[in-house]
Design a protein around this ligand. Structure first.
Ligand SMILES: [Zn+2]
Length: 123
């Protein structure tokens, strides 16, 4: 089994409704995201999935979050706080739609809220 990962970043604002503390106020982060896929087979030239293709998919997903107030993005309007946990879920679900099927499956999404704190979503 191979796991292939790509990274990208985006910037956005959010506020955590119901949180007791500073994070309830609107503030911003530069988020770092690591998207990983797994596959059991490699092709004739020794590749599971092209890094370029994965980066393109991740960039497109992050485009929907970049320079936005996340609380206004539809996914987070339905009573879902735009926490790092829910951001990782959003990216995982979107990536699954683009990637799953055939021989490649999304395995995890990490969302770094700061240099030293991250959330990882796996199914
Ligand atoms: Zn925050």
């Amino acid at each position: 089994m191979w796991e292939i990962c790509v990274e990208d970043t985006f910037s956005s604002a959010h506020q955590l409704i119901g949180y007791e503390g500073k994070c309830e106020r609107l503030h911003g982060h530069n988020w770092r995201v690591v998207l990983c896929v797994k596959c059991k087979e490699i092709n004739d030239i020794g590749i599971c999935v092209d890094f370029k293709k994965l980066k393109f998919i991740l960039k497109n997903i992050l485009e929907d979050l970049d320079h936005k107030i996340l609380n206004e993005v539809p996914f987070f309007k339905e009573g879902r706080n735009p926490s790092a946990e829910n951001i990782s879920l959003f990216i995982f679900e979107r990536a699954k739609e683009e990637i799953n099927g055939g021989k490649v499956f999304v395995s995890s999404v990490k969302v770094y809220e700061t240099e030293t704190s991250y959330v990882e979503f796996k199914e």
